[in-house]
Write a protein that binds this ligand. Structure first.
Ligand code: CAA
Length: 258
């Protein structure tokens, strides 16, 4: 397989790190980058040596949106028949936790990519927004849906309809991001969170992600039932025995990874 051109793919112990790398266009998400990110995510998801994934950009931009130059001359026919944005939908099928480490611009598709991740950690200078309306379009990688679920209707409408951006503090207050850290600490913090997750009982991590995601689909009753079944299933794992035995014996657990 060819090596990627638009991203850098690295491994840091049990963490997979994907760095978006199109600096000249502020990491604009073109179709090649979409395919490469998906391939890297699928590779990490299938790799038992990896327990969590971090996606980051540059200090200036996580990603400034879908690539406007690539889209500008496209027609309805091109978009519909090629389903240009389809690879991004597949991120939702990745079973390992994905952390977005966001610095600088996370606009349009860049904000949507962050929303496709499981945890967003932002640097103090991060800016989030859905400015598509200024281009005569609207969000196309789930922004209208995931942003609304993350921050509620009023703020989502504000961002989607006016195209204004919000800073890290407002994004944190709105529940869009989990943590805000100084820019210099961003990657380190995201990697530490990922290392923490990657050290836990891998099936329990997978179940926990699946259970939380269930809160965004279907009814509360269905989500609670699903959680209960996953909770019961966790008792079929070696990691549950190890985690509880370690607690009872007042020692640190050591979860085995294949
Ligand atoms: N697509 C393609 N190129 C982009 C880009 C994008 N989304 N965003 C920035 N660039 C390019 C610029 O064209 C510029 O290239 P040149 O040096 O060749 O001129 C380079 O990146 C640097 O950008 P600026 O000179 O504009 O930098 P700035 O600091 O003055 O402004 C910015 C930064 C406010 C982020 C500005 O670049 C901007 O507004 N970008 C577009 C943001 C946007 O509209 N995003 C939504 C895209 S549509 C979308 O994402 C649809 C979807 O949901 C699927």
């Amino acid at each position: 397989t060819e090596s990627p051109e638009t991203i850098i793919v690295e491994r840091r112990e049990r963490v997979g790190l994907i760095t978006l790398n199109r600096p000249k266009s502020l990491n604009a998400l073109n179709s090649r980058l979409a395919v490469e990110v998906l391939a890297a995510l699928n590779g990490f998801d299938a790799d038992a040596q990896i327990g969590a994934i971090v996606i980051t950009g540059s200090p200036r931009a996580f990603a400034a949106g879908a690539d406007i130059a690539e889209m500008a001359e496209k027609s309805f026919f091109n978009f519909y028949m090629d389903d240009f944005l389809a690879p991004w939908d597949k991120i939702a099928a990745i079973s390992k936790p994905i952390i977005a480490a966001v610095s600088g611009f996370a606009l349009g598709g860049g904000c949507e990519l962050a929303l496709l991740c499981d945890i967003i950690i932002a640097s103090e200078d991060a800016q989030f927004g859905q400015p598509e309306i200024k281009l005569g379009i609207l969000p196309g990688i789930g922004g209208s849906q995931r942003l609304t679920r993350a921050v509620g209707k009023s703020l989502a409408m504000d961002l989607v309809l006016t195209g204004r951006t919000i800073g890290a503090a407002e994004a944190k207050a709105a529940g869009l991001v989990a943590r805000v850290v100084p820019a210099a600490d961003l990657l380190q913090t995201a990697l530490e969170v990922a290392h923490t997750i990657a050290a836990y009982n891998a099936p329990a991590v997978k179940m926990a992600k699946e259970a939380v995601n269930r809160a965004f689909e279907g009814s509360l009753a269905d989500g609670l039932r699903h959680e209960r079944l996953l909770f019961q299933s966790a008792f079929a794992t070696e990691g549950q025995k190890e985690g509880m035995n370690a607690f009872v014996n007042k020692r640190a657990p050591v979860f085995r990874h294949r």
